[in-house]
Design a protein around this ligand. Structure first.
Ligand SMILES: Cc1ncc(COP(=O)(O)O)c(C=O)c1O
Length: 476
């Protein structure tokens, strides 16, 4: 056992991990990284196939991001945003607002409702805190706008918005959230568009030889609409509709059919319910455009960003909102209308510098076409996996892919979670030099944007071999 691995076993408690199992083998200790490649304590190389839990955009040790962090370090690493402004945070806030307010969005989203403009940025540290900020702001904004004493939130099934208490309260993953139910505030849950397991059986499986396709009538949109109608009748109305646009990550990389978001957002706007877009995973080009909501022509009232904000370098988050929300918190000092919320490292200079450099790289000519090309490589490379009887669904939105493994593709029967099929497959992939983490029976591939075609093929080849090894002959 390498001494660093031993120290980890002795002292570290890992997130979302059964530590009894963790202690059974020598953990992989990441010691360095370059581009899409990570190196461990024994100098073994791995591809970072989930972009270090969905954070890394341009690869590790990118010279442009390294340089700005080094330059910033020569000035200062951190000073408080409580009482003082700082250079990179101000510049970043301006860039985020400009990036979010693409002019094309403001004609209208095709829904008859004018999209709002985002004008203010509230910084925090992680995805969960970006959501906490949005929830608190939306709650107080709703109360101050006469929406009742305790307005509620609506979110969708299988939603994951983080681990802090507010974020968990609007999350809908029973496995993670049930045991904390006593700590949570109540929120409403609407149906999610999980086409592969659509209860109306009207989804179109992507599999070419599928025969059970019937026309979808957007029943799932109607189900969301029922909540807005009920909310209006009770005259309580919602403080916000919280959603992950285009693809729900922790749900199992469940992509929404094109048009779903536009439709539900229109219903929300008709009911005067603010939109809270959780772009913690989808933000910064993952699904195509810089922000996923914009792919559906939607500008939310609250835009929550984290993970890729700093290119995957440093913990930093941002919640963008409108001038109208901001003004609801203005008043004389003794009206105590201030937003009483904030963290010690809010607006951290190193994080903000990294974020500015990362945004710069994203906006470079060639960045978007490069991502589109990589997306095509990923799609082509995954295609042969459809032949496996254990592959139920391959879902891809931009550079996010989820491969759902089942006992039999015809029945779509899920593997019992106790079998740890996803965990076993990821372990085999690691032995083949590819690191990722499963979500139950779903294997995630989320390559950093710097990946080559060869590296993408190595990822899918490792997945194919791992399926064969763990589940038997896969006929691929
Ligand atoms: C959509 C979404 N929101 C929020 C979070 C929470 O982010 P963090 O882990 O940085 O707190 C995650 C994390 O996976 C996420 O995927």
């Amino acid at each position: 056992m390498h001494p660093l691995a031993q120290k980890d076993l002795n002292y570290v408690w890992h997130p979302f991990t059964q530590m009894q199992d963790w202690a059974k083998e020598e953990p992989i200790v990441i010691k360095s990284g370059k581009g899409a490649v990570l190196k461990d304590q024994h100098n073994r190389s791995y591809l970072d196939a989930n972009a270090s839990i969905w954070t890394n955009l341009h690869g590790h040790r990118h010279p442009a991001i390294d340089k700005v962090i080094q330059n910033q370090l020569k000035k200062i690493a951190h000073s408080s945003a409580l009482g003082f402004a700082n250079e990179p945070a101000s510049l970043l806030a301006e860039q985020l607002v400009k990036t979010a307010n693409r002019p094309a969005l403001f004609k209208d989203a095709g829904s008859g409702y004018k999209n709002p403009k985002l004008g203010k940025v509230f910084f925090s540290d992680d995805g969960s805190t970006a959501l906490e900020v949005a929830l608190k702001l939306a709650y107080e904004h709703a109360r101050r706008s006469g929406k009742g004493h305790r307005p509620k939130f609506l979110s969708i099934d299988h939603a994951y918005h983080g681990d802090t208490i507010g974020a968990v309260s609007v999350g809908q993953v029973d496995l993670f959230h049930k045991s904390f139910s006593g700590l949570l505030f109540s929120s409403d849950k609407a149906m999610s568009p999980y086409c592969y397991r659509c209860p109306f059986n009207k989804a179109k499986p992507e599999r070419a030889d599928a025969r059970d396709y019937r026309k979808c009538n957007w029943e799932c949109v109607g189900k969301v609409g029922q909540h807005f109608e009920a909310g209006q009748k009770k005259k309580t109305n919602y403080a916000g509709f919280v959603f992950e646009p285009v693809v729900q990550g922790v749900a199992g990389m469940v992509g929404q059919p094109e048009g779903w978001l536009k439709r539900v957002a229109t219903l929300a706007r008709q009911a005067e319910v603010p939109l809270i877009a959780d772009e913690v995973m989808t933000g910064f080009g993952r699904t195509g455009s810089i922000f996923a909501s914009h792919q559906e022509g939607i500008q939310p009232d609250f835009l929550c960003l984290a993970k890729g904000l700093t290119g995957g370098y440093l913990p930093m988050a941002a919640t963008l909102t409108t001038q109208a929300v901001y003004e609801n918190f203005l008043g004389p000092y003794d009206s105590f209308k201030s937003f009483f919320h904030g963290h010690s490292y809010t607006g951290n200079q190193l994080g903000a510098s990294a974020a500015l450099a990362s945004l710069g790289l994203l906006k470079k000519t060639g960045s978007a076409p490069g991502r589109r090309k990589l997306q095509q490589h990923l799609k082509q490379s995954l295609a042969p996996l459809w032949k496996s009887p254990f592959v139920g669904d391959i879902r891809q939105s931009g550079l996010v892919a989820g491969i759902e493994l089942v006992e039999d593709w015809r029945t779509r029967k899920p593997w019992p979670i106790q079998k740890q099929v996803g965990i076993q497959i990821c372990r085999e992939m690691a032995a083949l030099g590819v690191l990722t983490r499963p979500i139950g029976n779903v294997i995630v591939l989320m390559p950093p944007y710097c990946c080559s075609e060869t590296q993408v093929h190595k990822m899918t080849r490792a997945l194919t071999r791992a399926i064969e090894k763990v589940l038997g002959s896969a006929h691929i």
